[in-house]
Structure formats: C-alpha cells, structure tokens
Design a protein around this ligand. Structure first.
Ligand SMILES: [Cu+2]
Length: 129
C-alpha cells in the first residue's frame, strides 16, 4: 500500500513538474513573432504630465530598449499595458529601463500608471510597423 502511494506521489510530482514547465514555455497572449535582431534603443523623459518623445517607432520583432528618466517632481513610470511590460515606478531624478520585443504591430499605448497621470496627458505611443 505504501509503495502504491509512493508511485502515485511520483506520478503527481511528474505531472506538476510538467505543468509548471509547460507554463514557462507556453507563448504569452502576444502572437509569436520572429525576432528581427534589430535593437531600438531610446531614452524617454517623463514629467508632469508628459513623455518626451511621445512617440517611439519600431518594427515588429525588434527588441526595444527604453531608458526612462523621471525629470519631473513626483513619482512616474513608463508602462506598455498591452505588452505587459514597464519600468518600476521611480522617484523624481531617477532612471529605470525596460526591454522587450515588439510582438504585435499597431499603435501601442504607452502610459504612466500612477493614478491620474495618464488622464492628465502622460501617455505616448509605440508605433510598430
Ligand atoms: Cu506619472
């Protein structure tokens, strides 16, 4: 009886491992895209309540590296909600960066997710061709 329990435990453990492993390798909600190998590197400044530049251009499959400099007076961040990526929320005078692959084309919204900031104009666009 004990060894039978052990077998089931082993089967269960392998199953759980399989699930967690599969979860790591499953594609995200973004479509699969072939990386171009191009890197779009840009510094974006942000303050109350703006991004400069407001528009970033990239091609589908490009790696995009955004260095965000908070040149304002309160906390800010730079988030791309539809890609599920963004910088940390950082205090005035700080810098943080985010790197990702542009997995879908279109006019992708960039925003500061600190409450009230996007509504007051702290938005931008990642235009992916
Ligand atoms: Cu902000």
């Amino acid at each position: 009886m004990k060894s039978k329990n052990f077998i089931w435990l082993l089967v269960f453990a392998v199953f759980i491992y399989g699930c967690s492993h599969a979860a790591q390798t499953l594609p995200s909600s973004q479509e699969q895209v072939e990386p171009t190998g191009n890197v779009v590197e840009i510094t974006v400044e942000g303050g109350e309540f703006w991004f400069n530049p407001k528009t970033i251009e990239a091609n589908k499959g490009d790696t995009v590296k955004i260095t965000f400099k908070n040149t304002g007076r309160v906390i800010h961040n730079l988030v791309i909600p539809s890609f599920g990526v963004g910088t940390r929320t950082i205090p005035a005078g700080s810098t943080d960066s985010v790197e990702f692959i542009a997995t879908s084309s279109g006019n992708i919204r960039i925003e500061c997710t600190v409450p009230g900031h996007a509504e007051r104009g702290m938005i931008g666009s990642l235009v992916v061709s």
